[in-house]
Design a protein around this ligand. Sequence first.
Ligand SMILES: [Zn+2]
Length: 276
Amino acid sequence: MLVNLNQVLVAARAEDRAIGAFNIYSLETIEAVYRAAIDLDTPVIFAFGEQYIDVANIKIIAAMVRELAGRTILPMVLHLDHCQSVEVIYQAVQAGFTSVMFDGSKLPFTENLARTGEVVRFAHAVGVSVEAELGSVPFGHTESVLPEEYLTKVDEAVRFVAETGVDALAVAIGTAHGEYKGRPKIYHDRLQQIAEQVAIPLVLHGGSGVPDEDILAAVRMGVAKINVNTQISLAAVKKLKELCAREKPGHLSDLLYEAEKVMVEEVKGFIRLFWG
Ligand SMILES: [Zn+2]
């Protein structure tokens, strides 16, 4: 059953749990996320990033997720991940997405606030939830220690949430998108300060490669949604490389199915960690 973020994250935060948001961009990735959630009987978030819009048609992606989610009473969210274009947000809502992330984190604070507020007004009018981001969770930044100026500022988070009416806030507390060179430094004290003053569910991006104990501590403090992409992709690509290295790699349909099975297990590992 498709629901929006509020219908799963508010309860998750209250119960010190988090729900995984896994990137989808093909039938195999969608099926992998669906099967993992069904096997473990937990809610899940399908995250389609604006960056995949040229790889996979947004309407077809939405139709596939809606078809699968309609087969279960488990709550599932179809979420537009990292979107900087209001145009694409309209497209997603029209295609049946139940949630969107407007990423104005690269904009000056007041502009991010104003534009996020506009997205919230539109989205809430049609029952769609909105996630926004403050601070910087960089892409392609492999250093394991991010400078403090990247982090979300507590006073800005309080004002931003109050004035935009956003449903979930992605915070910058030391994580980055992609792979890390070493163990990433997570600024738990900053997260704690934000969580004490911001009541809405918090979101952690860049979940791949973060040690389990850092994840669990973040969940206890109020992180209720964790985005994972890189690690699922790495596992599937590793499997495909192994299969392709054989003398007879086999038919593409078999290779894709094997990759999907690996992704199911990978997603399940994250769900078990986040859900507790
Ligand atoms: Zn992200």
